[in-house]
Design a protein around this ligand. Structure first.
Ligand code: 13P
Length: 270
């Protein structure tokens, strides 16, 4: 469980924050979290495309990893409006988020398209952060597990176990995300995280699949962060609104980090 020894904490700023606001946010977050060793935590931020170069220059990557919210799956071509892996490499990105629920549901991206992006991100040595999650309707029909297994199996189709050593997964139930979202209970989230863990282990073997970090996202807030991070299968939190103010994000980080470490210590003792 090498990779999962540390906690994963990140935010996606969606279509919010100008370059000036993103840079100010990153600088403040960096300053507030300076004393926390990065051996204990993987801290990352996924801002808007136009902010990326300035964002990367504003804080060291050893403190805060940065990623893009989406990526085209070709290096170049007649794809108006798309951003290529070469452009993201030039902007100094480390992570590429693939399949965020808003991409899948607002922009109608398919599992097969997410797969092309995952493969392309890996070819260009990015860490793909594959987001998966069922809709409320799929949950009500009792097919959440099947949907997630499908999203994972299609999303990671053609990915080798060696490549899987760099991927991250976020479970973000569609019904839990955003202003109208209802946060998943910690029990439900943990149950689904176990399904995801088992699917990854089945796909990449117990050692490599068992070590892929799986983060929970969807209306994480200062009240529920504590309960979620105590759950055995949750390796980190992927936060929207509650992390967009650096002081609030810092206070969530300081609440969950010791709880996470206590959990890992207890696990190691059994
Ligand atoms: P909220 O925390 O605002 O629900 O957003 C979560 C999310 O979409 C992170 O990618």
């Amino acid at each position: 469980m090498e990779r999962r020894k540390k906690i994963y904490l990140g935010t996606n700023t969606k279509m919010y924050k100008t370059t000036e606001q993103t840079v100010a946010f990153l600088k403040r977050l960096n300053e507030l979290t300076q004393d926390i060793s990065r051996d204990r935590m993987e801290l990352f931020v996924i801002p808007s495309y136009t902010t990326l170069t300035a964002a990367r220059e504003s804080v060291p990557r050893e403190s805060i990893l940065l990623g893009a919210q989406n990526m085209g799956w070709e290096e170049q071509g007649q794809f108006t409006g798309e951003i290529s892996p070469l452009m993201l490499r030039e902007a100094g990105m480390d992570i590429v988020m693939v399949g965020h629920s808003e991409r899948r549901h607002v922009f109608r991206e398919t599992d097969a398209e997410e797969n092309k992006k995952v493969l392309c991100a890996l070819q260009h040595a990015f860490r793909p952060l594959l987001c998966v999650g069922e809709t409320a309707e799929e949950k009500d029909f009792g097919i959440a597990e099947e949907v997630l297994r499908t999203q994972l199996k299609v999303g990671f189709h053609g990915v080798t176990p060696e490549q899987a050593k760099t991927v991250w997964v976020a479970y973000e139930p569609v019904w839990a995300i955003g202003v109208n979202g209802v946060p998943a209970s910690k029990e439900y989230a943990d149950h689904i995280h176990k399904v995801i863990r088992d699917t990854l282990a089945e796909r990449f073997g117990a050692e490599i699949g068992g070590d892929i970090p799986v983060l929970y996202g969807g209306s994480v807030n200062p009240q529920n962060a504590e309960g979620l991070i105590r759950m055995p299968y949750i390796d980190g939190l992927f936060i929207g609104r509650s992390a967009w103010d650096a002081d609030n994000f810092n206070s969530i980080i300081r609440t969950v980090l010791p709880l996470f470490e206590e959990k890992r210590k207890k696990e190691a003792a059994v």
